[in-house]
Design a protein around this ligand. Structure first.
Ligand SMILES: C[S@@+](CC[C@H](N)C(=O)[O-])C[C@H]1O[C@@H](n2cnc3c(N)ncnc32)[C@H](O)[C@@H]1O
Length: 269
């Protein structure tokens, strides 16, 4: 991956060779290529990487947010992406960032509020999380979030090349059982799709609390020559940077005593 320093290579080796937990191989993930617009065709192209789409019955307010307010925030993949991509948003913005699998939206809302000149494309098939983000954006008065309430890989196929200045994939579903490893989202084809849509010089942020998924992530990113790992010391992947707020899933990992990995990569183009 990109430019290497001896210290960084040693760190990467030690992380990858950490066999303190059961070792699991990477899944194959994507089974096809090309743009897709229709969620019903999803399983024909991609192995499903997410679990449930809904947890509890929606309240009337939540239903109304979905029925009446999602439309204005949603991305329509049947229309070509606008040029520039910032035209997805109602005012001029400096850049577009992408969050894949935002869950309850804690990180997304924080980033969108902290970076008002950035537009966010946010992908999440879990409807309860989508409703939380619509609600959170309204309460904070944010106009810089666009939502795709389905598989992010469809958005990656739709996006023009070199359009995303930062991407986040935080604590993707761990799929710990060996027979489910093929469902893990971060694998070489997924990284190649990210590489295509990201701007040279942009940053990719990945997180996991699963040791062998951290290794899988590093290997998947390493398979792409456009990314270089930014870690210079163990603290760089053990400690979350100040501009990276904790998510609900991370809080659970802390409660349950699991190690967390915060992996940052630079796209060198
Ligand atoms: C373990 S949760 C973590 C959520 C959040 N990032 C956090 O840290 O709290 C993983 C999330 O990724 C979503 N996800 C899984 N596969 C996805 C895909 N292909 N496209 C978009 N989101 C996906 C799941 O629905 C789930 O909400």
């Amino acid at each position: 991956m990109g430019t290497h320093r001896p210290g960084r290579q040693a760190e990467e080796r030690s992380l990858i060779s950490d066999r303190s937990q059961s070792s699991r191989g990477p899944g194959s993930g994507k089974t096809g290529a090309g743009p897709r617009r229709d969620a019903s065709a999803l399983d024909e192209r991609y192995v499903r990487s997410f679990g449930r789409r809904r947890s509890r019955k929606l309240t009337d307010r939540q239903k109304s947010l979905l029925d009446h307010d999602l439309g204005a925030m949603a991305i329509d993949l049947n229309a070509p992406p606008p040029a520039p991509l910032t035209a997805l948003f109602p005012r001029p913005l400096d850049a577009v960032w992408l969050e894949i699998g935002f869950g309850g939206g804690e990180h997304l809302l924080w980033q969108a509020e902290s970076n008002p000149n950035v537009g966010f494309i946010a992908c999440e098939p879990f409807i309860d999380g989508v409703v939380k983000v619509i609600d959170g954006a309204q309460r904070r008065g944010l106009d810089n979030i666009r939502i795709y309430a389905d598989d992010a890989r469809q958005v990656l196929d739709w996006l023009p090349g070199g359009a995303i200045a930062r991407a986040f994939v935080l604590f993707p579903d761990p799929w710990p059982k060996a027979r489910h490893h093929k469902r893990r989202l971060v694998e070489p084809d997924f990284v190649a799709s990210l590489s295509r849509v990201m701007t040279p010089g942009s940053e990719l942020r990945l997180a996991t609390d699963i040791d062998d998924y951290a290794r899988q992530m590093l290997l998947a990113v390493r398979s792409n020559e456009n990314f270089g790992w930014l870690a210079r010391s163990p603290a760089d992947w053990r400690e979350r940077p100040a501009d990276w707020p904790a998510t609900r899933y991370e809080a659970k990992a802390i409660r349950e005593g699991r190690k967390r990995y915060f992996l940052r990569f630079r796209h060198s183009g």
